[in-house]
Design a binder for this molecule. Structure first.
Ligand code: FE2
Length: 264
């Protein structure tokens, strides 16, 4: 659960990111649209079930911002590990992260999530919200893209594919994109994989926060130095140097990971 102050702060950060991240034409369309539906978007959850993720007031913006933060970290990790960041732009990455779940708002007329009026479903199954059956059934990624075209917001091909298949192989219909029968049909960028990773990571963390009574656990403070650390440190560093001798970037990143693990 979030406090009113946290919900407000999330909304302000979300709008600020949209204003800062996108070129004039798109920001001019997106910002008025988001502000028109501010009350709904600010208060809507990110899922229907409490054991799923962020099924509470303000859960949507909380989730989207966490996906955004995870995506930025993963973008840096992909780059450090030798991934090709030149096949998509930073704006495309930010756009895909901030709008992948827009479809969770439902239609402009008709919300997707409604508070559940069945105490039994809430208590027994954790179904805090139920789906609005007055609007046509549509997958969330497709409704995100539908809404964007409805308001006249241009979406690049990289953004379109990333948003469409951000559920990865949890959706069977995405197999076409992820399981390629030939070289030519492979994904041309890793952006859809990065977005899926960020979304998966954020959702799992949100479950873990809920499962921990709403408290964010800072596990880094519990990290203990392994026994024989200096010995392990030296052995791992030597192995990493041999295994990455042809890739200086990978070597540097690997040694950084080892050093951060063994430092006090
Ligand atoms: Fe998501």
């Amino acid at each position: 659960m979030l406090s009113a102050e946290q919900i407000q702060a999330n909304w302000e950060r979300y709008i600020k990111l949209v204003k800062e991240s996108f070129s004039g034409d798109r920001a001019d369309i997106l910002v008025p649209f988001l502000e028109k539906y501010q009350d709904r978007i600010m208060m809507m959850p990110a899922s229907a079930k409490n054991w799923h993720h962020s099924a509470f007031a303000g859960g949507y913006t909380d989730h989207v911002l966490r996906v955004f933060d995870c995506a930025v970290k993963l973008y840096n990790a992909w780059g450090e590990m030798g991934g090709n960041l030149s096949t998509y732009t930073l704006e495309e990455m930010k756009f895909a992260a901030l709008f992948h779940d827009l479809g969770k708002m439902g239609q402009q007329q008709g919300e997707y999530y409604k508070p559940n009026d069945s105490k039994w479903h809430i208590d027994k199954l954790g179904q805090i919200y139920k789906f609005n059956t007055d609007i046509p059934a549509m997958k969330v990624p497709e409704r995100s893209l539908f809404l964007l075209q409805e308001i006249g917001c241009k979406v690049s091909q990289n953004e379109y594919i990333a948003i469409k298949i951000h559920d990865g192989l949890y959706d069977d219909s995405n197999k076409f994109y992820f399981i390629s029968g030939q070289k030519e049909t492979r994904l041309r960028t890793h952006l859809p994989i990065l977005l899926h990773q960020a979304d998966h990571m954020a959702s799992q963390i949100e479950f873990e926060i809920w499962d921990n009574g709403g408290v964010i656990k800072d596990s880094t403070k519990e990290k203990t130095k392994p026994k024989n650390a200096s010995k392990g440190d030296k052995t791992l560093r030597n192995a990493a140097k041999v295994n990455t001798e042809n890739n200086p970037k990978l070597a540097e990143a690997t040694l950084n990971v080892i050093d951060s693990f063994f430092k006090d």
